[in-house]
Design a protein around this ligand. Sequence first.
Ligand SMILES: [Zn+2]
Length: 186
Amino acid sequence: MKPAVFIERDGLLNRLLVERRQPRSPLSLEEFQINQAVVEPLQAIQAAGFMLIATTNQPGLSRGTLRRHELDHMHALLQRTFNLDGILLCPHDENDACPCRKPKPGLLLEAAFKWHLDLEHCFVVSEMWQDAQAAHVAGCTSLLIRSPWNGSGHHDFVLEELADLPAKLRQLRALQQPEFAVCEAV
Ligand SMILES: [Zn+2]
C-alpha cells in the first residue's frame, strides 16, 4: 500500500489570488495559473513512491460564482501537468454544514476509503491552516509551507518552500517505516 501526499491546490499547484488581504481561488481558466516551480519537487515525491492527491474547497460552485465546466478545465490541466492520482473537492459553502469542507476531514476520509490508505502514514501539504487542522483530526502528518495563511492552530512542521518537501518526506517516512531508510541507503 502506497502512502499518499495530500496537497491543497490553491497556492501550491496554482497561484492563489489575494483580494483585500484575503486569499481566493481562481474562478476562470484565465485566472488559473499553474505554478511550474513545483513540477519537479512533486515528480520527486511520486518517484519516491508516494501517491499524490489534490484536495480543495471550492465554495464558488455552491455560491454560483464558479461554473463547473470551468473548474473541470482547470482540473484537467492540473491532472496533465502533475500526473495526479486524484483530485477531491468540496463544492459546498460554509452554510451547508457538510462533512467535507476543510478544516473538516471529510475529503481525507473519502480518499482513505477510495484508495485504501492508512491515514497515519499519509501527509498533508498546504499553505493554509485549514488543511493542517483536517490532517490533525484525520491522523495525518501536516506540513505547512510558510505563508500568511498558516494560522496559529496545530501543525506538525513548517517548511520555507515546497522545494524542501521531497527531502523532508523521505526523512519522515524513514522514521515511520525504518525499512525504507535501509532500502534507500543501499
Ligand atoms: Zn463539502
